[in-house]
Write a protein that binds this ligand. Structure first.
Ligand SMILES: [Zn+2]
Length: 314
């Protein structure tokens, strides 16, 4: 685990934290007043809840829903304290294990490591793929600190990649159980994916996607629809490397199949609204994450696809 110690120290200073004590070591049988006071005396050890790995190439992997840590002193989210219209606490099973393998396969292939921001804390406490008012249980300042740290790491990685390389690709890694493919989310809902290539290329759809920058700058001059689901799209490489996904050539839109088209992270850190880092939300079907042998196969295919895709577009 390659935590950036200096950055963490700065983060602690920034939020006014000092020494570390174990939150679980408190006395028993506290009064409600003591519990309230005790909560506010804790120092949050960010590295217990969020893992950051420094990269050395323009690829960023984020994993918001694979965490399993639960703390008795942290508030649980519910529909009352989090007014999220898409409230969920589901664990994206084995996505942390999957990105570990993607990192290894990518390094074996390219000699480089992607930047990685990984949630270790369970989604019952915080949903990192939501805006803050929906992500954090109201009134829990400790969870706000954890949420802010997760996003500070992504912002730092995005800034570093932008400055160093002038372009970047962020993949927000999730797991879904509603279909037998990988949902690739570019911020285009199904109604837009159902449009013809001509219509997609003729309108302002690219600008409202998470790959607006790539569509303007890809070195082959590929149109938006080609970037999205043509022979050199990310989906095309995944499919040729053995992974079923949508959109891709021959599977242009999910149609009536359930589909996730992208969330807060994709919107916030992709090139929708500007910047030189593009983003794709990747929702892996269950069987690609289930067993170690499938994870290895899937990770090798993803690493190869990132390498091949970025060589075409950058
Ligand atoms: Zn998820």
């Amino acid at each position: 685990m390659r935590i950036r110690t200096l950055f963490l120290c700065l983060a602690f200073v920034a939020v006014g934290l000092s020494s570390c004590e174990r939150p679980d070591d408190g006395p028993r049988f506290l009064t409600p007043e003591e519990i309230e006071r005790y909560k506010h005396q804790h120092t949050i050890k960010i590295e217990k809840y969020v893992e950051y790995r420094q990269g050395d190439c323009p690829v960023i992997l984020t994993v918001p829903h694979g965490g399993t840590v639960v703390e008795s002193f942290l508030t649980l989210r519910n529909t009352s304290n989090c007014p999220d219209p898409d409230f969920a606490t589901d664990l994206d099973y084995n996505t942390r294990e999957l990105v570990d393998e993607i990192d290894k396969a990518f390094f074996a292939r390219t000699g480089h490591h992607p930047y990685m921001v990984i949630s270790l804390i369970k989604r019952n406490h915080v949903d990192f793929n939501r805006q803050k008012s929906y992500a954090v249980p109201a009134g829990d300042t400790n969870i706000v600190i954890i949420y802010d740290a997760y996003h500070a790491y992504i912002a730092k990685a995005r800034e570093e990649v932008s400055q160093t390389y002038g372009h970047g690709l962020l993949l927000d890694i999730h797991g879904q159980s509603h279909s037998e493919q990988i949902d690739l989310g570019y911020l285009l809902p199904v109604s837009r994916l159902n449009l013809s290539d001509e219509t997609l290329d003729g309108g302002t759809y690219a600008a409202s996607s998470s790959i607006a920058h790539l569509t303007r700058t890809n070195k082959e001059g590929l149109s938006f629809s080609k970037m999205l689901r043509g022979e050199k799209s990310f989906g095309a490489f995944l499919y040729r490397n053995g992974l079923e996904c949508v959109p891709r050539p021959g599977n242009l839109s999910p149609g009536s199949t359930p589909y996730f088209y992208g969330g807060y992270t994709t919107r916030q850190y992709g090139s929708y609204g500007g910047g030189v880092v593009d983003a794709i939300q990747c929702e892996f079907r269950y069987s690609y994450r289930d067993t170690q042998s499938e994870r290895l196969r899937c990770a090798a295919a993803v690493a190869k696809s990132i390498d091949e895709f970025t060589q075409v577009v950058w």
